[in-house]
Design a protein around this ligand. Sequence first.
Ligand code: E4P
Length: 218
Amino acid sequence: MKFFIDTANLAQIKEANDLGILDGVTTNPSLMAKEGIKGETAILQHYVDICNIVDGDVSAEVISTDYAGMIIEGEKLAALHNNIVVKIPMIKDGIKAIKYFTSKGIRTNCTLVFGAGQAILAAKAGATYLSPFVGRLDDISYDGMDLIAQIAHIYSVQGYETQILAASIRNPMHIIKSAEVGAHVITSPLESILALLKHPLTDIGLEKFLADHKKSNA
Ligand code: E4P
């Protein structure tokens, strides 16, 4: 399973990249706004800056909601760097745009996915990645992980090549469960990735090993 970080914060991207386990980055307009990145020139430059840190796929989201606008915007984003993946919302014109980009060899990430029917349509259109939002489903009392498992089953039975990118990850259990049910990728805040490191028995065990080493070498 690939690990993407879900942020536009360059320091956090660097920190995750330095761990040596980072495979890519996802951003969205809210994450860009959170970093204070405003205006087209600054936004495009920020994507280039991210691509210069991480050697992996970087999702850049279109703002247009009509087919023609998505094509113009997506082509501009894709031209920025070889690692850019055009992120497109799961709407009717979005499906058409994914089909177009697929025919042009431009990789896509279909975002804002909350149902299996949407997942089938995105795969049919040839999306490279599909982003079901686990945390936002949990927020409204649906089990987001059930959706990941259902899509993983459908994609496996049908032989679809679209990669399931479990998004809206809120905690380390979301990452572990995603791996268990067959997500190909997770995109997560840095905090949840780092939380995977933690176990109290590791800390206690290490402390004891170091203390014993000190005693026997005193
Ligand atoms: C997906 O790529 C989105 O950027 C993201 O995972 C949304 O997460 P949120 O629900 O925590 O905003």
